[in-house]
Design a protein around this ligand. Structure first.
Ligand code: DX5
Ligand code: ZN
Length: 225
């Protein structure tokens, strides 16, 4: 019998107070990693932070860094994020010219390699490269902004990815990002995701630790189904 995967919660600091990042990191000590959204106002219509800030967060964070690059020209920039010590670096399939080469570079730098797909990008063209990856990020909103509504239309893709990963026997984990709440997390977990990014559901809550605990419990229930 297959064992139930562990539910991991990665709060996104996109919804944090950017003027007080240190104390905002302290609020999420109960999480498994901190999700850092890098946006370049080109791949997505929003601008956040870049390498020097990520490097500094890496230095002060007690949690591992899960970097989500929503940038163009990602083949050029992603390895630098691995080099500053991010535990995982995720780049978008739509932004990479050479995803296999890039995933190998990230792993060589000592980081886990993640491939992200926008909601309308099919997973099938990327299934053969699963052994090159540690994580598949299936976006459950259009990337660019926090606080959007979870797109249930992405659930069949999560299920198909899960099946393909199980059939391939590779230890790739599925991450979902966007609109994750205690109401939606169970559906994503049941479909096959086990890492959940949550921005507004954690940072918008009065007690972030409690919000993380509630998400974890709801996610674990979905994984057990
Ligand atoms: C959106 C970002 C997400 C965002 C999620 O492009 O990748 O990480 O912070 O925010 P919520 O959880 O509020 O949808
Ligand atoms: Zn993200």
């Amino acid at each position: 019998m297959k064992s139930t995967p562990v539910c991991c919660i990665h709060p996104s600091i996109l919804s944090a107070d950017f003027a007080n990042l240190q104390s905002e990191l302290d609020r999420i000590g109960a999480a498994d990693a901190v999700h850092v959204d890098v946006m370049d106002n080109h791949f997505v219509p929003n601008l956040t932070l870049g390498l020097p800030v990520v490097e500094r967060i890496q230095q002060v964070s007690a949690l591992p860094l899960d970097v989500h690059l929503m940038i163009s020209n990602v083949d050029r920039w992603a390895p630098s994020y691995a080099a500053v010590g991010a535990a995982s670096v995720t780049f978008h399939a739509e932004a990479s010219d050479a995803p296999i080469k890039l995933a190998r570079e990230l792993r060589q730098q000592g980081s886990r390699a993640g491939l992200a797909l926008r909601p309308a990008t099919a997973v099938e063209p990327y299934l053969d490269m699963l052994p090159e990856l540690d994580m598949l990020l299936i976006m459950t909103v259009e990337p660019g902004f926090g606080g959007q509504t979870f797109l249930d239309v992405t659930l069949p893709k999560i299920r198909r990815a899960r099946k393909a990963i199980d059939a391939a026997g590779t230890p790739v984990v599925i991450q979902v990002d966007g609109g994750i709440t205690t109401e939606t997390i169970g559906r994503a977990a049941e479909a096959g995701a086990s890492i959940f990014v949550a921005g507004s559901a954690v940072y918008g809550a009065p007690d972030a630790s409690r919000a993380i605990g509630e998400l974890r419990a709801a996610g674990q229930r979905g994984l057990a189904k």
